[in-house]
Design a protein around this ligand. Structure first.
Ligand code: C5P
Length: 243
């Protein structure tokens, strides 16, 4: 097989040059990291599950008209996506208090928020992805005011879609993170949802029992991460046959 050009290797994924210009192959690794890679492990099968789950969520977003980078799944661990220039922000949407919000503001985990709260973190591993305000984003030119308005609108649409989807299978979408990419269509800039949507980047709690079905299982040593992700995939009907 011809060797492919590696573009980038991150903590959970590798990006290769795609077969057509403007495409990228996204390979999902089994590696799990937390606390800015201070905690690391290999979770067998995680890459396969996240590849399938991200495909499922992105395909659903396409069906309701939310632009995203997904083109097609290639195999168990790889998907073809549209190349996009990633805006260096982690866009976090929260429906219930948890994680860093609870720590920062002293709000107990699980408390419903008065409305979805959107936060931005500057994507920089060396700095630990610090929380930033719109002021910083505009002043440092990471995104324009128009981009930010579009990002908020995309994030809220993803939130409504994902919350409803999860509610249907007895799961509460506590919060999640997305990344946004820029693409150009005939000199016209468009923003789309990029990277991945998976239990690595969401907090998912069973509605009845509160059981955590996301990466907090790994972060907080709560049991088997692959069992948790398999349960999410099983409920959504996207369980790959050989995991
Ligand atoms: O840690 P924190 O409470 O800020 O995380 C909020 C949400 O964003 C969680 O669902 C978490 O999984 C996700 N997140 C992420 N990648 C990061 C930071 C947070 O996917 N680097």
């Amino acid at each position: 097989m011809a060797r492919r050009k590696k573009i980038y290797e991150g903590k959970a994924k590798i990006l290769y040059e795609g077969p057509e210009p403007g495409t990228i192959v996204q390979y999902f690794k089994d590696d799990a990291t937390a606390f800015n890679a201070e905690k690391k492990a290999t979770i067998e099968g995680k890459g396969v599950l996240n590849n399938r789950l991200s495909e499922f969520f992105m395909t659903g977003l396409t069906q309701i008209g939310v632009p995203n980078h997904f083109i097609k799944r290639l195999n168990m661990r790889e998907q073809l996506v549209r190349a996009a220039e990633i805006i260096p922000l982690e866009v976090i949407v929260r429906n219930f208090a948890a994680g860093s919000l609870s720590k920062r503001l002293g709000i107990p985990e699980g408390e419903p928020l008065p409305r979805p709260i959107i936060e931005f973190c500057y994507k920089d591993d060396a700095l630990g992805d610090p929380l930033v305000a719109e002021e910083h984003i505009i002043a440092f030119g990471w995104a324009s005011q128009q981009d930010l308005d579009d990002i908020v609108s995309l994030a809220l649409r993803v939130n409504d879609f994902m919350s409803g989807l999860m509610l249907g299978v007895g799961i509460k979408l506590v919060d999640f993170k997305i990344e946004i990419g820029r693409v150009w269509d005939n000199d016209y800039q468009r923003l789309l949802v990029a990277d991945e949507i998976s239990p690595d980047s969401c907090r998912l709690w069973d509605i009845e029992t509160g059981q955590k079905l996301d990466k907090d299982v790994f972060r907080r040593d709560l049991g088997s991460l692959s069992d948790a992700y398999t349960e999410v995939a099983r409920r959504l009907g996207v369980l790959p046959s050989n995991v």
